[in-house]
Design a protein around this ligand. Structure first.
Ligand code: SAJ
Length: 447
């Protein structure tokens, strides 16, 4: 079958689809494509994930509106099946690769262990291919990777069958907690090796995407995805640098931010305790991975440094608050609210709190962590505040909205609150007898 023969088979849903990777990207995509009526075969090396899906369950954590009903329906109908065996992919027409693409914590270059594993396993199944196979990568990858890694690796493995391999890159734009919503309502960049491949991909994604499908070449698609997150990282870094300037000048960065944003076209982001997660800290490094040797990309690297400094700045704020009360950081017990990388999720990947807590311990302080979503820290709040010299908010989970501050104050040694996300109202906190410190304020906010 040739590529343009894919179109009628998309229309009658007879196209056979494979998805590699049952993380939040691959699982939601496989379920959504099965919901459109395609037969979808999902492969993952993790048997627990495969079993969970085949039993109609979720292979991912967190709250995902509509997901459990969707996966139950498509597994019951048999439209979605999962396996650890790549051989189930031998008769598919399209395969979508959705594996993680982390960067090395020291070199900041991508490692592609999972991507290379998927390509090698897929290539072995496709050795004697005589029909066209469309290989689409949804994982976020450094510009140039489709050519230098994906196409090169498969061509090396499949030998003569290479003539039947066609390539596309449609970077994912899902966000935990909004997976199904984003899949349908967020526009997609559709990168293809040829215009015909772009047309086929638009037809395929158009079966469930109700937003723009922007066709382009492979390299453009790789740059768009990594640039959109590098852009966000730089925006957040500007907000954090403005906060540091305001602290040094003794101004309130949130008033400054509010008034700046009244100027047309301004949108200063929120200063905070740091930038975590699986996208924003990583994608700037992917964007510059293949240019760093001959172009510095100073702004993007400086933004990373500013954002990475914020958890350590939080330690400085705590140390300053304690010192104002004659307490040494090295002798302090610190209650920490929120371990996840952002509000109302259990995802703690590259969370700023990990760096914050490590630094507190390095300085001799004793952190006691609370997080309603992260299993290891679902302890009673009373345990966290009991005997604490300060309480620090690192992630703005909704459960922290209506705390009993009078009761909390009774259990603390010193009523100090350090707010890393501009989450609380300083006036309300102060009314309950606390000293309020926060990112973007030089000292006790309402001294
Ligand atoms: N953060 C700030 N200040 C801000 C915004 C975020 O400090 O003004 C921090 C958060 O606390 C968190 C980190 O940055 O630690 C990342 O937050 P995020 O809101 O960017 O959340 P992510 O990491 O889930 O980003 C994803 C991205 N989506 C994809 O890569 C497909 C991003 O492009 C989206 O803008 C974001 O979700 C979203 O809001 O949907």
């Amino acid at each position: 079958m040739k590529i343009l023969d894919f179109i009628p088979r998309i229309e009658d849903r007879s196209l056979q689809i494979g998805v590699i990777g049952l993380g939040y990207v691959g699982f939601s995509l496989a379920s959504m494509m099965a919901k459109q009526g395609f037969q979808v075969l999902a492969v993952d090396i993790d048997e627990k994930r495969v079993d969970a899906v085949n039993k109609g369950g979720l292979p991912i954590g967190g709250e995902e509106p509509g997901m459990i009903e969707l996966v139950a329906a498509v597994t019951k109908s048999g439209k979605l099946r999962a396996s650890t065996d790549y051989q189930v992919l031998n008769s598919i027409d399209v395969v979508v690769i959705c594996v993680d693409t982390p960067v090395d914590p020291l070199s900041h270059y991508p490692t592609y262990r999972a991507l290379n594993g998927a390509l090698t396993s897929l290539g072995q199944v496709m050795m004697n291919r005589s029909d066209d196979l469309l290989v689409i990568v949804e994982s976020t990858i450094a510009p140039g990777t489709m050519t230098s890694v994906v196409m090169a690796t498969l061509k090396q493995i499949v030998g003569n069958a290479v003539g039947h391999l066609l390539f596309g890159h449609c970077p994912e734009r899902v966000t935990p907690g909004k997976l199904l919503h984003n899949l349908v309502h967020v526009s997609r960049t559709v990168g293809g090796q040829t215009p015909e491949i772009v047309d086929v991909m638009k037809k395929l994604y158009g079966t469930f995407v109700c937003a723009d499908l922007d066709g382009c070449d492979l390299l453009t698609a790789e740059i768009v995805k990594t640039a959109e997150n590098a852009y966000r990282d730089v925006q957040i870094a500007f907000a954090n640098e403005l906060a540091m300037i305001c602290e040094n000048l003794g101004a309130d960065v949130y008033s400054v931010r509010e008034f700046v944003n009244k100027s047309p076209g301004r949108s200063v982001h929120m200063p905070g305790a740091g930038v975590g997660g699986h996208c924003i800290p990583k994608d700037p490094w992917l964007l510059i991975a293949n240019v760093r040797e001959h172009y510095e990309a100073n702004l993007i690297q400086a933004a990373r440094a500013v954002n990475n400094h914020m958890p350590y700045h939080m330690v400085t704020l705590v140390e300053r608050a304690l010192a104002a009360n004659g307490i040494e950081l090295s002798a302090a017990r610190i209650g920490v609210l929120g371990y996840a990388f952002r509000e109302d999720t259990d995802d703690d990947r590259d969370s700023p709190t990990t760096y914050f807590v490590d630094e507190l311990q390095r300085r001799g302080a004793v952190p006691i962590i609370h997080d309603p979503y992260v299993r290891a820290y679902q302890r009673p709040l009373k345990e966290v505040v009991q005997g604490a010299h300060a309480l620090v908010l690192m992630a703005g989970h909704s459960v922290y909205r209506n705390l009993d501050w009078d009761d909390i104050r009774q259990h603390m040694v010193q009523p100090i609150l350090v707010d890393g996300r501009h989450y609380f109202d300083p006036y309300e906190i102060t009314r309950h007898g606390f000293q309020y410190y926060g990112v973007g304020y030089r000292d006790n906010r309402l001294k």
